[in-house]
Design a binder for this molecule. Structure first.
Ligand code: UDX
Length: 435
């Protein structure tokens, strides 16, 4: 049984801690937020993630997973310390490293035996070296340690299965022996393991996320062209995806990307490039294209209704994607604000994100279900592709609405069926059906 400590029980840290415990290790998860740790001890999760509560509960019960606010408890007999603290965007898009710095310093001050420090947070290229300097500086006396980069690739909503069945594990270190030891921890996941140097591992994370974001911005641009030329982007994406060099993933046209990773990582990579005298044209355009989607949706619904002043618009979904209550960088925020600025009254329903949305969008009214939402609405906009919305009784929705207008920002409905049901319907990039 290996003893592991995970610093930071946010999204990545909690999933990492729970999954390593489930693989049979003894894991102590640490956070400086006392309330969060107190709650976790009572079985209250800080986030909504399918399957997480069960896996935490199972491993706490099996005495493999415990929670603490004390670094000395967490580091006792520990061989591996994972750092999974937040790295939010600073004012210029650079990653804010204050939490990583505090974690590295406190580990250095507290450790009493050799330790492998593994960074999971997405951090600027060069952070591993910087962390090693911090640890050296703050150790009261020299104790051997190694820094390894092991970036996370977890998607919200499927984080547990992404951890347990990863496409690959990336490990970067100048200490090959340490990287091999961390590789051992991942062997039972049976995925390819790439061992490289620190900076390359850190770069693999940024390049991967930036590429995926580029794929989405690309398909959204193709969607606009499809719409203008009378083609259907959903079928274009299917046709493209069969080419193994392209692949079918990340080709859903819609409202563009949000969430806690793509916006921050694309900006941070562009920032790093600019800091080094480069002009990252593709990355900057990928971001511009992405945020343009949100303005376009407001314009389109305005066109469909012939003006927004005094109109009631219902938002189906608020979270940045389904199966999460995460509102970070959700398109719904800009879209709701755009609608309100144009004079519309905005109402919304989301299965789990309404509480988180409340303080971000205090002016919108939330409802108990999609049917109450539809009541008296001049239009509905689909913002999140929750399964619950795919199977709603659309006739009941139509009856409840003042005018049956639907702008489907996630292409979850079939345009032909929607027209047959009597809706004025518009999807994204579905030009053929607009004729
Ligand atoms: C992402 C990466 O996938 C993950 O590897 C990384 O570690 C963290 O960031 P996540 O933000 O949870 O994960 O969500 P993901 O499912 O990748 O979607 C990101 C955004 O892209 C969402 O806003 C989603 O709606 C959007 N998206 C995704 C599309 O618009 N079209 C697609 O085809 C796929």
């Amino acid at each position: 049984m290996k003893q592991i400590c995970v610093v930071g029980v946010g999204y990545v840290g909690l999933v990492t801690a729970a999954c390593f415990a489930d693989l049979g290790n003894r894991v102590m998860a640490l956070d400086v937020n006392e309330k969060r740790i107190e709650n976790l001890k009572k079985g209250i999760m800080p986030i909504y993630e399918p399957g997480l509560e069960e896996i935490v509960e199972r491993n706490v019960r099996g005495h493999r997973l415990s929670f603490t606010t004390s670094y000395s408890d967490a580091l006792k007999e520990t061989e591996f310390a994972f750092i999974a603290v937040a790295t939010p965007s600073g004012v210029n898009g650079e990653a804010d490293m204050q939490y990583v710095a505090v974690a590295a310093q406190t580990i250095a001050e507290t450790m009493t035996a050799p330790l492998i420090i593994i960074n999971k947070s997405t951090v600027p290229v060069g952070t591993g070296d910087w962390m090693a300097d911090i640890v050296k500086k703050y150790q009261p006396e020299p104790i051997p340690f190694a820094v390894v980069s092991c970036p996370e690739f977890l998607r919200e909503g499927t984080a547990i299965s992404d951890f347990m069945q990863p496409y690959r594990t990336i490990l970067g270190s100048f200490n090959h022996e340490a990287a091999e030891k961390v590789a051992q921890l991942h062997l039972s996941l049976r995925a390819p393991i790439v061992i490289t140097d620190l900076r390359t591992a850190e770069m693999i994370k940024y390049a991967s996320n930036a590429f995926l974001a580029t794929k989405i911005s690309f398909i959204n641009e193709i969607a606009d062209i499809c719409e203008a030329l009378g083609a259907d982007v959903k079928e274009v994406a299917i046709g493209m995806g069969y080419d193994k060099r392209i692949g079918p993933a990340m080709l859903d046209a819609g409202l563009g990307w949000g969430g806690s990773c793509f916006p921050k990582d694309v900006k941070a990579l562009a920032y790093m490039a600019e800091e080094n005298g480069l002009d990252p044209k593709i990355l900057n355009t990928v971001t511009i294209t992405n945020y343009e989607r949100r303005r376009v949706i407001v314009k389109q619904i305005e066109e469909m209704l012939g003006g927004l002043q005094g109109r009631t618009v219902g938002l189906l979904g608020l979270a940045f994607k389904p199966n999460t209550d995460d509102m970070r960088e959700a398109p719904s925020i800009d879209i709701a604000q755009g609608l309100i600025a144009a004079g519309a009254k905005v109402r919304a329903y989301d299965p789990v994100a309404m509480e988180n949305a409340h303080h971000l969008l205090p002016a919108i009214e939330t409802t108990a279900d999609p049917y109450t939402l539809a009541r008296g609405c001049d239009a509905l906009i689909v913002l999140t592709e929750w399964n619950e919305f795919k199977n709603i009784d659309l006739e009941q929705v139509r009856e409840a609405m003042k005018t049956p207008v639907i702008l489907d920002g996630r292409n979850i409905y079939d345009p032909v069926e929607m027209r047959a049901l009597g809706f004025t319907y518009r999807g994204v990039g579905r030009g053929f059906y607009r004729k």
